[in-house]
Each structure stands twice: as C-alpha cells, then as structure tokens.
Design a protein. Structure first.
Length: 284
C-alpha cells in the first residue's frame, strides 16, 4: 500500500465526555487494570483530517510533567466531524491508559494525529464489507462501519471476545452495520468459539467480501490465512498493533516484515497500522 505521509496535527484538546462506557471485564482488579473506557475529545482539526483506521498519539501525563515520556497510540474509535469530536476506546493495561482513565470532562490532553494509513473504503459494485473484531480490536472498526454506512456500502460485522463482558461497542457497531454476529470463547454470548469461525460462515455466504480485521495477532494470522486460501483468494485489510515510541517513522521501533522476498520492513506507525493482508508477515 502506498504511504501517504501528511503533516500530523498537534492539538491540545479538551475532554468533553468521559471516561464512560466503563465495562467490567474478566479478572479485573480494584486497581482499575483491565477496565475499558471511552473518552470523547473536542479535537476539531484532528476530526476534520481523520480517516477510519488512523490513530492518535496521546501524551499520558498532566501538563508540565513528562513521566511517562512516550506518548501512547490509540485508534480513532469514532470521528464526528460535524461536532469536531473524536472518541477513543481503550483498555487500561498500564500507566498511560491508567492516566487517561482518570481524566474528567474539561481536562486538557495533548495529542498528535491523525497518524498512519487508514482503511481503504472504496468498494466495487457487488462487494460487501465484512468487519471482524477481536476484543479491543473493535475500536477502529466502529469508525469504519460508520463511514461505510454513510457511503451506503453493504456491510456485515462480527465481534468476538473471551467472554460476554469483553464484547465491546457492539451496540455502536450494530447501529452502523445492522446485525453484529458475536462469538465468545466460553459461549457466554453468541457462537461458542473463535470469531474467525463466524467469519468462515460469512465468507461462505457473501459473494464478494472485502474483509477488515482488527484484533489479537493469532486472530489476524488466521484471517490472513483464510484470505489467502488457494482458489478463494480474497481482498482484505488488517489493522496491526506493535509497541510504538515516536509514532511518526523516526525511531524504527515498530518494524514489521514485508511479505515480498528480501528483508524489507514496514513501519506500522506510518506505513500502517492498516495493511493489505498479503503485504505483511505476522509474527515474523
Ligand atoms: C496503532 C495502535 C492503535 C492502538 N489502539 C488502541 C485502542 O484503540 N485501544 C486500546 O486499548 N489500545 C490500543 N492500542 C494499544 C495501546 O497503545 C497500549 O495498550 C498502550 O500504549 C499501553 O500503554 P500503558 O502505559 O497503559 O501500558 P504500558 O505500561 O506501556 O504497558 C502495559 C502492558 O501492556 C503491554 N502493551 C503495551 N502496549 C502494547 C501493544 N501495543 N501491544 C501489545 N502489548 C502492549 C506491555 O507489554 C505491558 O505488558 C493501540 C496500539 C497501536 C500500536
Ligand atoms: S514508532 Fe517510531 S518508527 Fe514507528
């Protein structure tokens, strides 16, 4: 996929709503680790330029403090250009996300974005978008579903998680996509098993699917293999996550191997995070 690098916007934004959407997931302790939050931010310049699949790089310390030093990448969960707002949906796993979870309406946040390459959303006549989310991987797919729906594109969605509590934003996804097929490892909601099993059923019934997937790497590897099946090769896009430092292609900390022969690497922060499924070697 060609890299389009536009100057990212650095915006000091205000929290307008949040954290809300607090959902208790499996094994969540009193220290807040593992909880999911949604934060709505007044960020007109970023909202105006943003595409689904891009991300923002957020400073996770109070104004004037620099610990932790590195920004944290978060996908654009929703983009509301008319109100100049964006939303992020995140899971608290450490200090950065813990800091964001403690913000209140009116607080100031420093972010850079929109960064990276988003999802291509032009479908040919007869193609249907098939969105597949694993856990917090639903975050960028809601913005994508909303854009596809606004364009009148046919779309279906599937979301999976370990348990029913981990099925996030299914309502928002459903508003744009219509029905959302769900799967949980423990069978507490929807199909008992992996969301890729639900995807297999969809691929059998949708004539010309274009798959958009975001989730844990084992799930993405399975999706990649399904798209590459001999004689049934299909178009699809994967949104990847790596540890990031600079977020703008300068530190080489987010490299991922290109699928073409040789030793070339992409940088997930500016060549991705969205890649055509056949472009990258996952876990390589
Ligand atoms: C492009 C991109 C988009 C992302 N979008 C979202 C999103 O929408 N919502 C969301 O909840 N998270 C998202 N993430 C992951 C998020 O950036 C990390 O969870 C966050 O940076 C952790 O910061 P922390 O300070 O809270 O935790 P840290 O203290 O930095 O880390 C805590 C633990 O989480 C692990 N960890 C941290 N970052 C990652 C990562 N990228 N991949 C795997 N393990 C990690 C660490 O190894 C450690 O075990 C995204 C990551 C990328 C690269
Ligand atoms: S995070 Fe620095 S190059 Fe990607």
């Amino acid at each position: 996929m060609p890299s389009v690098v536009r100057a990212p916007i650095r915006e000091s934004v205000r929290v307008v709503g949040g954290p809300d959407g607090r959902i208790a997931g499996p094994g969540m302790a009193g220290d807040g680790l593992g909880l999911f939050h949604r934060l709505r931010l007044q960020a007109p310049a970023v909202a105006d330029a943003a595409r689904p699949g891009q991300f923002v790089h957020v400073r996770c310390a109070p104004p004037g403090q620099w610990d932790p030093l590195l920004r944290r990448p978060l996908s654009l969960h929703r983009i509301d250009r008319s109100r100049g707002e964006i939303e992020v949906l995140f899971r608290v796993v450490g200090r950065g996300t813990g800091f964001l979870a403690g913000l209140a309406a009116g607080d100031e946040v420093d972010l850079i974005g929109p960064l990276g390459q988003g999802f291509p959303t032009d479908l040919a006549p007869g193609e249907t978008a098939v969105l597949v989310a694993g856990g917090i991987g639903v975050a960028p797919l809601v913005a994508l579903a909303e854009e596809l729906a606004a364009k009148g594109a046919p779309l279906v969605a599937a979301a999976g998680a370990q348990t029913a509590e981990g099925l996030l934003a299914v309502e928002s996804l459903g508003k744009a996509a219509g029905e959302v097929l769900t799967a949980t490892d423990d069978g507490s909601a929807g199909h008992r098993g992996f969301v890729t099993e639900v995807l297999a059923g969809l691929l059998d019934h949708v004539a010309r699917p274009v798959v958009y997937a975001c989730g844990p790497e084992p799930m993405l590897r399975r999706v990649q293999a399904m798209l590459a099946e001999e004689g049934r090769r299909r178009r699809g896009y994967l949104s990847l996550e790596t540890r990031m430092a600079c977020g703008v292609g300068a530190c080489l900390g987010c490299a991922i191997r290109q699928a073409k022969p040789g030793t070339a690497y992409y940088h997930v922060c500016h060549d991705g995070p969205v890649f055509a499924a056949e472009e990258v070697v996952l876990g390589g």
